[in-house]
Design a protein around this ligand. Structure first.
Ligand code: XMP
Length: 327
């Protein structure tokens, strides 16, 4: 039967056998999956691992600081941050098709790692010259199944950490969480001594806010969505609901506008969708019955504080038929 200590010992041995004395690179997304995957690999091979945090501009408020300060303090992992916000905005310009967005983001992500790798190799050459040949990914079992990598399941969405990888990928993948569900990953994180703040963090998709803007991605839209998302997260935390809900995507319907009235004027703004869900493993989900008073507070704050948003709507669809994310 399942025991986090056994899984850790098993994975540590497996990682050591796979990489030997090789150098390993790991992307941290700010989420629990990559954080636990990196901590496992760090336990197995220590400073043969270097982590890269990509600021692609699709992050939520405060996420970069949380990784650079809190996670590094907790683990002692070596971290390099790459700022590619401009590059991502350019690559995504004018793109509104969800699958195309996902593929572009996946491709740019890997490219960014290859650039980071090249720089780290140059640096390593001055010491022992070993190339970085391995890439850690926090791929979970549900990601594998939904991307068609499981038992012949049809492709539903190309998760950016499974599908959408370029043909010329030059890393061997290390995926220590590939057979695990989310609750198991959290148990392992706790067993590894990661702080609660990281272990209990709600999932956030690799493509970030990029797949929460229905329509094309611009700086202005990202800023608007980031502001709305921060309000929602603040209020859910203040209400003590973080453990009760699985996650709450906040979605900007950038291609939709509706008429409103605010102050003494007519507005013609965008709707923000709240998508609070309850789930065990993200394979299925139900919409969370949030208290009406909380919904009212969130709605008031968003329409008052976020310029360009004049309507807040609630998604009351389970999964299936809806997926958790809108794209
Ligand atoms: P869906 O929308 O497929 O989401 O019901 C299921 C879970 O997966 C997250 N998600 C992703 N995670 N890369 C990730 O690492 C992705 O491309 C991706 N897309 C969706 C989503 O937030 C939910 O928790």
């Amino acid at each position: 039967d399942w025991n986090s200590g056994n899984v850790i010992a098993e994975q540590v041995a497996k990682i050591r056998a796979q990489v030997g004395t090789g150098k390993v690179i790991c992307g941290l997304s700010g989420g629990v999956d990559s954080a636990v995957a990196a901590a496992l690999v760090h336990k197995a091979i220590g400073d043969q691992l270097v982590c890269v945090f990509v600021d692609h501009g699709l992050l939520r408020e405060d996420e970069r600081r949380q990784v650079e300060e809190d996670y590094v303090k907790a683990t002692g992992i070596r971290l390099v941050t790459v700022d590619v916000r401009e590059q991502f905005l350019t690559a995504l310009e004018g793109v509104s098709d969800p699958e195309t967005k996902r593929k572009i983001i996946g491709r740019e992500f890997i490219r960014t790692f290859e650039q980071a790798q090249a720089e780290l190799i140059k640096e390593a050459a001055e010491t022992d010259g070993d190339p970085i040949a391995f890439l850690v990914q926090g791929t979970l079992y549900p990601d594998v199944v939904e991307s068609g990598g499981g038992s012949g399941t049809a492709n539903i969405k190309s998760h950016h950490n499974v599908g959408g990888l370029p043909e010329d990928l030059q890393f061997e993948l290390v995926e220590p969480l590939r057979t695990l569900f989310k609750d198991e990953v959290r148990a392992i994180g706790a067993e590894l001594g990661l702080p609660d703040e990281i272990v209990q963090r709600q999932p956030f998709p690799g493509p970030g806010l990029g797949i929460r803007i229905v329509g094309s991605i611009t700086q202005e839209r990202l800023d608007l969505l980031r502001q709305a998302d921060a309000i929602v997260r603040f209020e859910l935390t203040a209400a003590g609901l973080d453990r009760e809900i699985w996650q709450c995507p906040v979605v900007l319907l950038a291609d939709v506008r509706s008429v409103g009235v605010q102050g003494d004027g007519r507005t013609y703004g965008h709707p923000i969708v709240l998508r609070p869900v309850s789930s065990e493993d993200a394979m299925t989900a139900d919409w969370t019955r949030l208290p009406y008073d909380l919904l009212a507070k969130i709605s008031n704050r968003i329409t008052n504080e976020v310029d360009g948003v004049n309507r807040v709507v609630l998604d009351v669809t389970s999964k299936p038929p809806g997926t958790i994310e809108w794209e």
